[in-house]
Design a binder for this molecule. Sequence first.
Ligand SMILES: Cc1ncc(COP(=O)(O)O)c(C=O)c1O
Length: 364
Amino acid sequence: MALSEVPYIRWAKYEGLMGRHRLTASAVPPVEWSDIGLDPGSLALTEYSPYGPEEVFQRLNSDWGIDPGGIVLGASASHAHFCFAASMVPQGGTVVHESPGYFPLLDALSLLGVRKVPIQRRFEENYRLDPAELQQKIEAEKADLVLLTHLHNPTGVALSEDEIAGLVEVVEKTGCPVIIDEMYRPFLDPDPGPICLRHPKIVSVWGLNKIHGLPQVRFGWGCGTPQLADQARRIFDSTTLHTSCLTDQVARAAMNHLDVLAARGRKISRGGWAQFSKWLKNHDLPLVEPSGGLTCFPRIPSSVARDGDHFRELCMERDLNVTPGRFFGEPNHVRIGFGAPEEELKVSLQILGEVLEAGRGPAS
Ligand SMILES: Cc1ncc(COP(=O)(O)O)c(C=O)c1O
């Protein structure tokens, strides 16, 4: 069993924070206490709940009709994801995962010695999910679990209604369960709601990290059937016992401001994309337009740099940081975050343009 080094997260904690200018962020800037109506002086150190605050269960139930018994609140969305995934896949089992993709969720399963089978989401096909290809892969590889993201990280592309319907059909036909990371789904306006409502073998995971402006609070959840959630709680009970009382109080306050926080996040996303796409009109950087969220995933022209890592080096020479695409399985791409405040984004895009121009050299 080879324990994953979780390369992207290690990079994000150190190299990802380098540079005076950064296009590496994938969450909206944090909110203030007043934005969630909470006086930090009122926080109690003595609260206790076995599985997290009732208000979160109630909110998810009233928003989406999810049975509270099917909800597992985790110490982060990644933790909730792990609780479900580790309780659904056997030791040495087979996991089909999208590539490019957000791999830390898969890395977490390395301790179960899972066999990883990629399904390609292709730039040339606008990163669409091909349900027929997925079915073929599940059957040929005897998959135990499928992992997807919606919106897709790193590209920001949403699953279309046809793709979702196709996916549900595949789950029904094969019986293979799917976990969909929906951290970025609430950026869609209106939020279409979690895909877990479409089939009892689909689990949806999301939380407060990306759109709501509470990235450091470490709080997320997974939703499925009460039976799947009960299994996931076995992992929860052994890996964190119960949620943090401080986090519980912040999460409870956030539940009363969820719509306002999400509206703020969508506004940042819309504004950032408007600014980025205006810039893009004057630059030759091929990419698939994201459906929402805060990131896009351009392909680096070979006339500019050898690959995404080389392109980052060129950017870093000018104090600008971007995320190399190899962390997501596409070395010739970079992930660009466009959720920074307007002035910061303006300066970063100016530098990005200079790197593109310099890399191309003088016109011959
Ligand atoms: C697709 C996706 N899922 C999960 C996470 C992590 O969420 P959390 O910090 O709540 O574990 C991220 C964050 O970078 C992400 O991009």
